[in-house]
Design a protein around this ligand. Structure first.
Ligand SMILES: [Zn+2]
Length: 327
């Protein structure tokens, strides 16, 4: 095919010209000024000011005693006309802390994370989706929500179970909202609800779940830590070539921030990152892309005398769990 007129160079060059509003200060005061501005800009882009919250009522749906833990299912009114179902796993040897565990794609939402009957067993094995039980073993109460539109929240647009993020996000962005904005609003409402029951609350995710966790760490100062696996690289390396699922897209974001800048907003929160050296989601430049983005974030962390580390694991796109040793 003759690609002379296809516009590829145009899009790529536009992408290269996007210059984020990057932190360049050197004191804590500089940082908090920048953080406040960025959180406000991001809230506008994410549509957070347009979210119509409900009262946040929750209802217990079921409760079962399992070996070593209790499994409860709730649903919670989040936005007007929107309910979020979630599991809560509470270990017998609880440490008084909680983690919100966020799912990625291909696991039937929260069902995959708790290895339910209706989980996609093949993908569970391929991506090593074990973090809910890894966290439970460490004594954390683990909250496992379905993110829109996955698990029980699928719209049923397609015959098969393929992700519907693109369809739903297209509709939302046309109304000034987006999926990530809904996730942040819902998780903040969940934190409102549970914060007094625990000494601290962290978040954890793999792949699309790590993307959501990245945003939560940036926008939700009440979290104490983040565990991010398999999602951290430059938007410029990937998002017109791979990672094209709709949940990745926020209107005008690339004008203001790359992923390193989003992580920088989270400073000085403790965040632990891991990625596979051969993870194709890192894009055409491989591991170089996450390393560069980490340097951007560490410019902000250095103000607090801190330095985030990226655990580079040998292999493909999957949950490795090496970062668990930090919590
Ligand atoms: Zn998606």
């Amino acid at each position: 095919m003759d690609k002379k007129y296809n516009g590829y160079d145009f899009v790529e060059n536009c992408l290269k010209k996007c210059t984020p509003y990057r932190f360049s200060g050197s004191t804590e005061e500089d940082f908090y000024k920048w953080k406040d501005e960025m959180q406000e800009i991001m809230a506008e882009l994410l549509g957070l000011y347009r979210m119509e919250k409900s009262e946040g009522d929750e209802q217990l749906i079921s409760k079962a005693d399992k070996q070593g833990y209790t499994l409860e299912k709730y649903h919670m009114d989040t936005l007007k006309d929107l309910k979020m179902p979630y599991y809560v796993l509470t270990p017998q040897n609880a440490n008084g802390k909680a983690v919100i565990a966020l799912h990625g794609h291909g696991c039937n939402g929260k069902e995959g994370l708790i290895d339910a009957e209706n989980a996609d067993k093949e993908n569970m094995e391929k991506y090593n989706y074990t973090y809910v039980y890894d966290l439970l073993d460490k004594g954390y109460a683990v909250y496992v929500p379905d993110l829109l539109p996955a698990g029980e929240r699928m719209f049923g647009i397609y015959e098969d179970n393929r992700a519907e993020c693109t369809d739903v996000n297209n509709a939302l962005i046309s109304m000034g909202m987006c999926l990530q904005g809904i996730y942040i609003t819902e998780m903040s409402m969940l934190i409102d609800k549970i914060k007094d029951n625990y000494s601290s609350i962290g978040c954890c995710g793999f792949s699309g779940g790590a993307h959501c966790a990245l945003w939560l760490c940036a926008m939700e100062d009440r979290l104490s830590f983040g565990l991010l696996s398999g999602y951290f690289h430059s938007f410029k390396d990937t998002l017109i070539y791979s990672n094209r699922c709709g949940c990745n897209f926020i209107p005008r974001l690339w004008e203001f921030a790359d992923m390193g800048d989003i992580l920088a907003i989270a400073a000085p929160m403790d965040i632990y990152l891991e990625t596979g050296r051969d993870d194709e989601l890192n894009g055409i430049r491989g591991i170089q892309s996450p390393i560069e983005q980490l340097e951007i974030a560490n410019r902000a962390y250095s103000v607090f005398g801190k330095k985030l580390k990226l655990e580079i694991c040998e292999g493909m796109h999957k949950w490795y769990g090496k970062i668990l040793g930090n919590i």
